[in-house]
Design a protein around this ligand. Structure first.
Ligand SMILES: [Fe+2]
Length: 385
């Protein structure tokens, strides 16, 4: 067995209706001025932002609480710069990210920008890692999806250059993650399915990744099984609180896999799609995934068939059957199963392929000549088997 390293530096609190008790244990960390970074409207409307502010105010050492809620679904560099300016002006000491992956990613980037006194654009464009000056981050996810609460990345969009990419580094691991599935219970159908598919994508991609270890594979198998059972349950009934809690758990453990096994081609290929169409991360992944499953079966048939078996609870053999079964699963969740459903024109595919960046070497199919453009083209139903 090859040696490997697992990094889980975040203190995690997990459960249902545990967030207030968990916050109370963090009085030492939550001292000074606290910036609450959130995506706004629905969390305000549900009263969650006020409730969180109130709890923070009761922490004995907290000074001012500054709310920054100007964060889009795909956090933009300009929004991060605005948050950093506010954070510096208000002399914030700790950042709380409260919301979906976008809010938590924005919180991480703002923590790096305020604490490091480095221009965030430099970190983003030059791929530099944020340093130890990064402010402490408390992550409180309200969706089950990105796993950002336990990962070392913040995914941002440069809206002027239409580039979506990440800043990455160990300093971006949140100090504390409070994963309370009660917050996910009011998430509407489409967001539940899109974020849930992201969990499944993290599980399958980190399972296939060349950087996978026995530890991350074990977690992938568990997350695939949970998503395979719980997403259809939630598609039938959004009030299934047990399925919600299980998806929060799967999302959280896949956050660990992101930092320790990484993802594969679908995540690299989704970023240009998200930047050009402003469609969600989960929708873009779903649109790409059937083509990718077909392609990966050529290299890792055993792993793909194991994944399908865990998802469905029965044996699935052969590239055609695996591809069809995965596609049916995506359609059952009401997600797009091809790129044409996202409004992308075929003529734009070479442009999108040129914009794919980041490490693709962990993908078993990465050596194949022209694989990026080929996968984009296969994401049209008529180009698949
Ligand atoms: Fe993802």
């Amino acid at each position: 067995m090859n040696p490997y390293r697992i990094m889980i530096p975040t203190k995690v609190y997990f459960g249902r209706n545990i967030w207030k008790e968990a916050l109370k244990t963090q009085e030492t960390l939550l001292r000074g001025n606290v910036m609450l970074v959130t995506t706004g409207r629905s969390l305000h409307r549900l009263g969650y932002v006020d409730a969180l502010k109130q709890e923070l105010q009761q922490c004995g050492r907290t000074g001012n609480i500054i709310v920054f809620d100007n964060v889009s679904a795909n956090p933009k560099l300009s929004e991060i710069q605005e948050g950093i300016s506010l954070g510096r002006q208000e002399k914030v000491d700790v950042i709380v990210g409260f919301g979906g992956g976008s809010a938590i990613d924005a919180a991480k980037a703002i923590a790096a920008g305020v604490g490091e006194k480095e221009d965030i654009e430099v970190l983003f464009c030059q791929g530099r890692e944020p340093g130890d000056g990064t402010l402490p981050i408390v992550a409180i996810p309200t969706t089950a999806g990105t796993g950002s609460e336990l990962s070392r990345a913040a995914i941002l969009t440069d809206e002027t250059r239409k580039v979506k990419n990440g800043i990455r580094g160990d300093a971006l691991y949140p100090t504390v993650a409070i994963v309370d599935s009660c917050f996910t219970e009011s998430v509407p159908f489409q967001v539940t399915m899109e974020t849930g598919f992201d969990v499944l994508a993290h599980a399958v991609e980190s399972y296939l990744s060349r950087a996978a270890s026995p530890y991350t594979k074990m977690q992938s198998e568990m997350a695939v099984q949970i998503a395979g059972q719980c997403l259809p349950r939630l598609a039938a009934c959004l009030d299934d609180t047990d399925a919600r809690a299980q998806m929060s758990f799967a999302s959280m453990i896949m956050g660990i896999n992101l930092g320790n096994a990484s993802t594969c081609l679908p995540h690299r290929l989704q970023y240009p799609i998200g930047a050009h169409t402003e469609t969600s991360h989960g929708a873009g992944l779903a649109a790409l995934f059937t083509a990718w499953i077909q392609c990966e079966h050529m290299y890792e048939a055993g792993k793909i068939e194991r994944i399908l078996e865990l998802m469905t609870g029965h044996e699935v053999r052969g590239a055609k059957k695996c591809t069809e079964t995965f596609c049916e699963f995506i359609k059952f969740l009401g997600l797009p199963s091809s790129l044409c459903e996202l409004g992308i024109e075929k003529e734009k595919l070479p442009l999108l392929a040129d914009e794919v960046s980041g490490n693709i070497k962990n993908d078993p199919a990465s050596q194949q000549e022209g694989i990026i453009l080929k996968l984009y083209e296969m994401a049209w139903p008529e180009n698949r088997m």
